[in-house]
Design a protein around this ligand. Structure first.
Ligand SMILES: C[S@@+](CC[C@H](N)C(=O)[O-])C[C@H]1O[C@@H](n2cnc3c(N)ncnc32)[C@H](O)[C@@H]1O
Length: 261
């Protein structure tokens, strides 16, 4: 059994900082619409983290299940107001009986599962006929991402290309496993621009805020920070301002388990 090489236990208590109350999350709305449209009575999130999305889905009245590898993240999820059935495990070996769920989804998590196809095989086993599988996250293989983290920190982009499955492969695997009506759509456009020194306050620039930077050792992280400070200093000398964009398309890859014949 391969275990994740990134320890979410260490960041669990600060993780929800990325979800300020002031913001409406379009990917959450897409998930909510899907759950309602599919009249889901049982829902499973794989890589459920702190339970933020499961809690949002509580308004559907469905029974909500979450599985995560990190005990620290599960403990945070236990504090959500919604009643959640939480388990610890791996995305590639899901400890549930077959045909148990109407909707299975993951958000920003499939790139952690190692064997992406194995997750889709498991999801197919666990879905009821007609049930939906939604894989939500960004696809670095596709154009449209313009994230300064990729420009200033060596190896991060190449590592992401290795960790994330291409959307086209996800759809292909779904079809191989008998999913129908597969589709992909953009469900959220993240568009943040930090100008000049304001970038230093970007919460996603902290070493442990995202897996992209958390996977870097101290030396590589500091080398990237040094590049950012240098760019700021060079711009100041020329009386210019550096723009640090975070433009990311969040996609949803969707498929439906074949109805019984
Ligand atoms: C970026 S977080 C996303 C959490 C949540 N889905 C969200 O969107 O807020 C990724 C989550 O995947 C979990 N994870 C990492 N490897 C995993 C694995 N092999 N199986 C299940 N969960 C895993 C981590 O512990 C973490 O909670």
């Amino acid at each position: 059994m391969t275990t994740p090489n990134l320890n979410y236990d260490q960041i669990a208590s600060q993780y929800n900082q990325r979800y300020p109350n002031s913001q409406t999350w379009e990917r959450g709305q897409a998930l909510l619409e899907l759950a309602k449209q599919a009249k889901s009575k049982t829902i499973l999130e794989v890589g459920s983290g702190t339970g933020f999305w499961l809690n949002l889905l509580n308004q559907t009245g469905a029974a909500l299940y979450g599985l995560d590898y990190s005990m620290g993240m599960i403990r945070q999820a236990m504090g959500q107001p919604a009643p959640l059935h939480l388990s610890r495990g791996l995305g590639t070996q899901l400890p549930y009986r077959s045909s148990a769920f109407d909707l299975i989804y993951c958000v920003d998590a499939i790139h952690h599962f190692g064997d992406h196809h194995a997750f889709i095989v498991e999801a197919s086993r666990l879905l009821k006929p007609g049930g939906a599988l939604a894989i939500i996250g960004h696809d670095p293989h596709e154009g449209g991402t313009n994230w300064y983290i990729y420009d200033y920190f060596d190896t991060v982009y190449d590592t992401d290309l290795r960790r994330y499955p291409a959307g086209s492969s996800v759809l292909q695997w779904m079809e191989q496993e008998g999913f129908q009506n597969t589709s992909s759509q953009t469900v959220e456009h993240i568009r943040n621009i930090h100008v000049g020194e304001a970038v230093l306050k970007d919460p996603f620039l902290k070493h442990n805020a995202t897996s992209q930077l958390a996977l870097l050792d101290e030396t590589s992280y500091h080398a990237g920070m040094e590049r950012i400070h240098q760019a700021l200093a060079d711009a100041k000398e020329k009386n210019e301002r550096v723009i640090f964009p975070s433009e990311i398309n969040v996609k949803m890859f969707l498929g439906f388990k074949k109805e019984k014949e």
